[in-house]
Design a protein around this ligand. Structure first.
Ligand code: PGA
Length: 251
């Protein structure tokens, strides 16, 4: 059984000092009670990566990740950040394909495919996000959308990629930041489907982690995390406060 990954996506929130303070409180709040089968990942804004990484020194089960990167080593890509720059700031992980990158920033499946393979080659552990919109769910297209996102987005990833290198996150777009969590039956169905796809595509697909994201809160975490094929959570709004996120991590 892989360890459950409890991930905090701080998006475009927090100054350098606020991020350090939250990370400090989080470490103090959970380190003595963290079950051996849990890991914590913090995804701060880029400006706070280095500051937060200093808070995580020698904290064995805590990891740092980037919310995004550009698939090039260096160059004239104004406003972008490279995998090497993330690694240099202390990151081990990075998100690819978050719904806000897909829907607000317009990132397409073929570009995401390039990002995933590039990030993996540079040594980042990738969490690849997928999920349907409300319109797609209403049109009964969930499996079709997940298939397209997984098959196209992971098309360039070698079939023997290690289980620790690649994880998926199922985040129904209509549940992100809306307070409307998917029901446990919907989550179970989607996670079983993602598991089946990963198992088809990768030798280690059965051991890769699949996180759930979308309005995760302390109150709904126990029932979500207990489901089969749910190997962690990706939390936005409820991860911004250290005390609230501590309750999720320990739920
Ligand atoms: P939320 O965000 O927890 O605020 O719904 C989740 C995410 O975007 O990863």
């Amino acid at each position: 059984m892989p360890k459950k990954l409890m991930a905090a996506n701080w998006k475009m929130f927090k100054t350098w000092e606020e991020a350090r303070q939250t990370a400090r409180e989080l470490v103090v709040g959970v380190r003595n009670d963290l079950p051996p089968d849990r890991e914590v990942l913090i995804l701060p804004p880029f400006t706070a990566l280095r500051g937060v990484s200093e808070m995580l020194v020698q904290q064995e089960s805590f990891f740092l990740g980037g919310q995004n990167f550009y698939p090039a080593d260096q160059g004239a890509f104004t406003g972008e950040i490279s995998p090497d720059q993330l690694l240099d700031a202390g990151c081990t992980h990075a998100l690819v394909g978050h719904s806000e990158r897909r829907h607000v920033l317009g990132e397409q499946d073929d570009f995401l495919a390039f990002k995933v393979s590039f990030g993996l080659e540079r040594g980042l552990r990738i969490i690849f996000c997928v999920g349907e919109t409300l319109q797609e769910r209403k049109a009964a297209q969930v499996e079709q959308v997940l298939t397209r996102q997984l098959v196209q987005g992971l098309a360039k990833v070698p079939g023997d990629t290690g289980p620790g290198e690649l994880a998926a996150a199922y985040e129904p777009v209509w549940a992100i930041g809306t307070g409307q969590t998917a029901g446990t039956e919907d989550i179970q169905e989607a996670h079983d489907f993602v598991r089946a796809k990963l198992s088809e595509m990768f030798i280690h697909g059965r051991e890769m982690r699949i996180l759930y994201g979308g309005s995760v809160k302390p109150g709904n975490t126990p029932s979500i995390i207990a489901l089969d094929n749910v190997d962690g959570v990706l939390v936005g709004g409820s991860s911004l406060n250290a005390e609230t996120f501590s309750r999720i991590v320990l739920a």
